[in-house]
Write a protein that binds this ligand. Structure first.
Ligand SMILES: [Fe+2]
Ligand SMILES: [Fe+2]
Length: 187
């Protein structure tokens, strides 16, 4: 059985993966045919799988996912508004995916991590690397069409919002973060 802090964190990951799957799924259903439509469809399927991995992992650890109405992506929408163009979608996604992989890598390094959690983190990080890869490629294509400055400005705007959201989140949940990452996993 895992502790409450870890249960909350894995539930938060699950909620964020579900929010990602729904976001990309909606986009995948409306995009015109082309490379981005294909890549987004795979991306959507990956995020849905990730939500399942966390659900399953919690069950293996003897816990049920908490019902959370918070997810990283919801904070993005609150800070940046709903993305109005494909460029904005890709800019947010590129910044967000980097945040996810950094957070998962940080978690994987934390002491006394359960092997089931470590296995899920490793499995998901492999997919997240591909997410960063295809989005970077799509942004380079857009930069050729719309100019590098427009893309750079969109990404910078998202990076600024992302830093603020992450700071807010870690401040709000400072006790859990300390328990999980700074003093070793709770028992
Ligand atoms: Fe994911
Ligand atoms: Fe992802």
């Amino acid at each position: 059985m895992i502790g409450e802090n870890e249960r909350w964190l894995l539930s938060f990951y699950r909620a964020s993966e579900i929010a990602g799957a729904l976001f990309f799924g909606r986009l995948a259903s409306v995009l015109k045919p082309g490379r981005v439509q294909v890549d987004l469809s795979r991306h959507f399927a990956d995020e849905a799988q990730h939500a399942w991995y966390w659900t399953d992992c919690l069950a293996q650890l003897g816990a049920e996912p908490l019902r959370l109405d918070d997810a990283y992506q919801r904070r993005y929408t609150a800070a940046l508004g709903v993305p109005a163009s494909l460029m904005e979608v890709l800019a947010i996604t590129s910044v967000f995916e980097r945040r996810v992989i950094n957070q998962y890598a940080r978690h994987a390094r934390s002491p006394r991590i359960d092997p089931a959690v470590r296995a899920v983190l490793a499995r998901i990080m492999e997919d997240e690397r591909w997410h960063i890869h295809w989005v970077s490629r799509a942004l380079r294509t857009l930069a050729r069409e719309h100019g590098k400055d427009a893309v750079t400005a969109a990404v910078r705007r998202c990076q600024t919002a992302d830093r603020e959201i992450y700071r807010e989140l870690t401040t709000e949940h400072a006790e859990r973060v300390r328990a999980l990452f700074e003093e070793g996993a709770e028992t």
